[in-house]
Every structure is written in C-alpha cells, then in structure tokens.
Design a protein around this ligand. Structure first.
Ligand code: AMP
Ligand code: ZN
Length: 468
C-alpha cells in the first residue's frame, strides 16, 4: 500500500510501527455550529482509509477529537446567553448524528479537549523544563519555535521566510521573545471558561490539545496523522514541534491531508459564509449520494461542489444500486440453487475487478479509480447474469459488490420507505420523552428519523415533519 506523505511530498510504502496495527489520529471539528460539507470531506475520506485498512486486515485504532474550547464557541455562547459547554455539547451531538447519517464510523475514541487539560498542563511543563517553552509576564506560555530545529519540515517552510512574513504584523503580546513563537497557554478574559495552571488562570492554545490527546490514546509515536490541507500550517507543524520536543521521538510517520471542497471554485468556509451544512444537503439528498460524490474524486484534489455533480453522483450510485437490486431479484427468483461450472468461471473472472479495486486503493487510496472498478463489475454482472442464473451465483456476486461498496461506506440497499403512521408514532414517542425530560431519547428519535430521511421541525404550532 502506497501513501502520499506530506512530509516527504512523495508516495511511500506504508509500513506500520507494529505489524497488523494502525494508530491513526484525525483532527476533528471545532463544535460551534452544524458541520458543513467541507468538514464532511475529511470525515468521509479518512473513514474510507480506515475501512480499507481494516479490509486489509489491520486493527485500526482511530482517534478523532472534538475541539470544545475555542474563541468561536465562546462567542456563540455569549450570543445565546448560555455556557460554552452547552454549545459544544449540542454541536457534538449534532455532529455525531450527521456522521451516522453519512455512514462514518464512530472513532475508537473521540476525546474532548476540555477533558484533557491535566495532560496539557503536564506537556507544557515538560516543554518549559526542556527549554522549549517559556511563560511571559502576563502568564501566557509560548513555544520557542526557533529552538526546534526541524520546524518547517512538514509545510516545507523556511523560518527566515516566515519571519519576513511576520515583520509587518504587530506583536500584541510584547513579551514574546520571537514573532514566530506560538501560544501554548493563554490567560482568561472576563466571562471566559478557564482552568487553574502554574502560570495563570486560563485556557490552552489549540495546537497543544492534539499533541496531548494523540499521545494519551495512541502513544508517543503513531502511524498516521490526518486532516484537511489547511491544517498543515501552522496547526500540524506546531503539533510536530510540541510532540517531538517533548517526547524526543518522531511524532507521526505519515501525514495525510485532504484537498479542499470548493463552491463556485472558491474555498467553502464558515468565515466566507458560502457553505452548506450536511443537514441542509440531507434535506435534498440521501447522504449516501454526498458520500459517493466525495469519493468520486481523489482525496488530495480540490473538489468543486455543484448541483450537477451531485446529480451525476446520484445517477452513478443508482446504477450501482440497480445492479445490486437485480442480483437480489435474481437470487429470490432463481430456478436453480447450485452454481454451475460455467458460472464458477464467471465468478472467478469477476475477481479481476476486485483486483483492480485493490490496486487503485493501494495507490494512495484512489477511490475514483476504485469506483470505476465497481462500475465495471456492475457492467460485467449485468452481461453475465439473467433469470437462468443459479441462486448461488447471484448471491456470491452480490457479496462481492457489497464487500467493495462496504469499503467505500456505500450501502447497497436503499432504505425502505418509512410509513406515515410509523413517523407519527415516533414523533409522539419523542414528545412524551421530552415531557419526561428524557432528552437523550428524544434526540435519539430525531436521529432515527433523520437516518430515514425525515426532517423534524419544532414550531410553535407543534412538530412538523417532511421527507428529505
Ligand atoms: P474546523 O472545524 O475548521 O477545525 O475543520 C475541521 C476539519 O474540516 C479540518 O480537518 C479542516 O481541514 C476540514 N475542512 C474545513 N473546511 C474544509 C473544506 N472546505 N474542504 C475540506 N476540508 C475542510
Ligand atoms: Zn489537530
């Protein structure tokens, strides 16, 4: 298996630290809003990487955090007049629903930054002891960037160029020794959540959380660290500096980054306001279509989101699902049970598409070519099967399709349409749960309905629902 490593800017053979095991960390979202489909790209891409590794027989320890302390969360909390924790918990729950609806598997561990403060204090203290960090007079702790000689190795940036770029920027914390130094711990501001520390009452910088959570749940050295390409600098560069300065070991062997999802060829982002939430897309499409759309491009390429491309993805997915549904029909109505010798040859020959699929995925997770192999398999099946086919052949071919689509996280069977009465019944149950203040159950029911394509809207006149 070959993987493109941002560190070396080359495809490299994947060799895990421990045979048969993969330790993988993916930087997760900052939870102050519903996730947008740009955030969904790394979720879908790295879930597929994980699924492929598992298919190859690796045991994957997959850790992905939620950043639940951040300026944007605090701002939103102030706007709504609630606590930051209320905001982050709400959007973590919503994010998990979206992930389930996109068939993204839950991580082995989903750590929360606010629950790992002790580990952060410990790592910062070690960095100070080792001379890699220093507290300023106001209690801010900075990382001494120039002391880490390999700084810039991931983003391939040169420190002097970086410094030149900083020249015009006014340094607000005047106690900073060098404009390149970055924050590990910062003093609280009025009304903000804070923790006690040896330096000041305050909160951690963003980068330290991933160094700490990765070490706690995966160890000092890991195989893969991943995220969107915007994280290469400064986030991942800073993570490397912190972890390697603290632990004295190579932090991660392979750094994998997804390209950006654009809209009208412009970066989709919350700050630009040109984004769609996953929830909005789920109102128009089965989220399997979104997943299929994302995987139709190579993960490192920029991907432009458009209604046309979503339609194309929908048609492609339908073609595959029709092939699968034909096989189901054939196996249900087959006149003979056992596979014939001639059919055995058909089955064997179909293995060639599995090989093609694997070769594509082995080449830096080329899901676009993997999907082509699935299309070819479907075409082959359509020409080699008819109502005279045995049940065994139809079933075996179905399994073959299911296996490949399963690696992509694509579910072959369309969800059965949920009946109106069932919906009404679940809504009534949800109302009862809410009355009893059993919000977990109420949320669960909303999730169940969302998965079946039913969107609830709580209005003054009561609960309204519609089909996506
Ligand atoms: P954030 O919540 O902004 O920290 O982002 C969470 C994850 O989503 C990170 O891995 C980002 O790199 C990724 N991400 C954000 N926007 C996009 C986008 N438009 N396309 C692809 N990935 C994105
Ligand atoms: Zn991170």
């Amino acid at each position: 298996m070959r993987v493109y490593n941002t560190l070396s800017r080359q495809k490299e053979e994947f060799i895990p630290l421990e045979e048969g095991k993969v330790k993988m960390y993916v930087c997760g979202p900052t939870v102050y809003n519903l996730i947008h489909i740009g955030n969904a790209r790394p979720m879908i891409v790295f879930d597929t990487v994980r699924r492929y590794m598992e298919y190859k027989g690796y045991e994957v320890n997959f850790v992905s955090n939620f950043t639940d302390v951040d300026d944007k969360i605090i701002k939103k909390a102030l706007e709504e007049g609630v606590t930051a924790q209320e905001i982050s918990q709400r959007y973590i729950a919503e994010c998990k629903k979206d992930m389930a609806a996109m068939n993204v598997k839950p991580a082995t561990t989903h750590p929360l930054a606010t629950e790992e403060i002790d580990g952060m204090l410990e790592m910062i203290s070690t960095l100070i002891e080792k001379g890699f960090a220093y507290p300023a007079a106001d209690g801010t702790v900075y990382f001494r960037t120039r002391k880490f000689e390999e700084y810039g190795k991931l983003s391939h940036k040169n420190l002097d160029d970086l410094q030149a770029g900083h020249r015009d920027i006014k340094i607000t914390g005047e106690e900073k020794e060098d404009s390149l130094d970055f924050v590990l711990w910062k003093p609280k501001k009025e009304g903000e959540p804070y923790w006690e520390s040896p330096w000041c009452q305050g909160r951690p910088g963003w980068h330290i959380e991933c160094s700490v959570m990765s070490r706690k749940y995966l160890g000092e050295e890991i195989d893969i660290h991943a995220g969107g390409e915007d994280l290469i600098f400064p986030h991942h560069e800073n993570e490397i500096a912190q972890s390697e300065a603290c632990n004295g070991k190579v932090f991660a062997r392979y750094w994998i980054h997804n390209g950006f999802l654009n809209i009208d060829n412009k970066k989709m982002s919350k700050s630009l306001g040109n984004f769609f939430t996953v929830r909005e897309i789920s109102e128009k499409y089965d989220l399997q279509v979104l997943r299929f759309f994302m995987l139709s491009a190579h993960y490192r390429s920029p991907l432009n989101f458009s209604a046309d491309l979503m339609e194309a993805a929908k048609n492609g997915l339908d073609r595959i699902r029709n092939g699968a549904s034909n096989l189901k029909h054939l196996s249900k109505n087959a006149l003979t049970e056992q596979i014939t010798d001639q059919e055995r040859t058909v089955l064997e020959e179909s293995g060639r598409f599995v090989e093609k699929f694997e070769a594509s995925m082995d080449d830096d997770f080329n899901t676009a070519d993997g999907i082509s192999a699935v299309f070819e398999l479907v075409k082959y099946i359509n020409t080699k099967t008819d109502e005279t086919s045995s049940r065994e052949l139809a079933e075996q071919l179905y399994q073959r399709m299911e296996q490949l689509c399963g690696i992509l996280g694509i579910i072959l069977e369309e969800k059965e349409e949920i009946l109106d009465e069932e919906i009404e019944q679940l809504i009534a149950e949800r109302q009862a749960a809410r009355k009893e203040k059993n919000f977990a159950r109420a949320d669960e029911i909303r999730g169940i309905l969302l998965e079946r394509g039913i969107i609830l809207e709580d209005t003054r006149e009561g609960v309204k629902w519609k089909r996506a």
